[in-house]
Design a protein around this ligand. Sequence first.
Ligand SMILES: [Zn+2]
Ligand SMILES: [Zn+2]
Length: 400
Amino acid sequence: MSVIDDRLLENLRRWRRDLHRRPELSFEEHETTAYIRRQLDEWDVPYSRPLPTGAVAHLRGRRPGPVVVVRCDIDGLPIQEETKCEFASMVPDRMHACGHDAHTAVALGLIALLTGLRDQIYGEVRVLFQPAEETLPSGAEALIKTGALDGARAVVGLHVLSDLDVGAISLRDGPIMASDDRFTVHVQGAGGHGAHPHQTVDALLIASTLVGELHTLLGRRISALQPAVLSIGTFHAGTAYNIIPGSADLSGTVRTFDEDVRVRIRDGILALSTHHARAHGAEAKVEYVYGTPPVVNHPPLVELLRPAAEAVVGPAHVLRRPPRMGGEDFAFYGRVAPSVFAHVGARNPAIGADFPHHHPRFSIDERCLEIGLGFLLEAVRRCSWTPDALASIPRAAPPA
Ligand SMILES: [Zn+2]
Ligand SMILES: [Zn+2]
């Protein structure tokens, strides 16, 4: 950690706080991108801009070697911040409530360090400032389509976590985060007077009983040993107390780690919605949108990088936390090249840094910045400091 001096630490905090004050939504990160570019220009680091927002920085060594990709995400959320911190968001209804400001600061810190270590690099360290992690379709997919990952031999990323103690890193092989799919159901019946329900096809009643039916899918169609979540998040029907609505709409999300389970739940939603509505004389239209796949950490790459985490926080603080049902578009990179996604602890209840992500009072213990940067630097050292460090890592990405 010695290369991370006090000045760099001060900069890490400053970058993070500057970005925290000016959060921007997915694919609208124009000011954020300008901020990143100013830094890259100052350091004379070449970069490309394959999308309207975000950037891809290229740190090329003088000798041939692998392309190692480090990814950070840069977008904020449509939330009104309720923390009282001095660098709270200055933009109404916009907040860095997931920690992507910290990720961006850490990535800038990595570049700052690597500009002084270029002679050590074999091949290229490519740093992705990825827009739009928080939306579907996501920035990762868009960036991959532009060729930003071409030639990548390994991809490394991290996420700070407000439910993991600061000072810990969780690094686990295999699936660590769930797929994140979205579905909507439109039930079309026939409305009418609340006094004469027999003359109507009550879309509200049909849709509300469907909500219960959909929840039986997990308990009765999917093995109890296969983790999966189905949640209904919206339900809209009706305009007045004495009118039976002719239509109703609901939407929800499906989370799982297994492609087969994912398909079976999707098919179940389609069949159950259609037949349930028909049984009551209505019609159901279902739209199922495949979102992000599960994040699957490549086991040999995890083995290579575990010592990187241990070097920063000590072996006792490198954990293997259970997989999480949250989604993360880093998953798409794992389909292109071997990838590792680390969770970096940012929790500290003593300073109120234990609210969940996407909460108006979300915050982090900024010591996670140094730890995150330390991990990325150690990871890059293990991948790029010799020409053949990745020779033993199979190229094939693991099946998602
Ligand atoms: Zn988030
Ligand atoms: Zn996030």
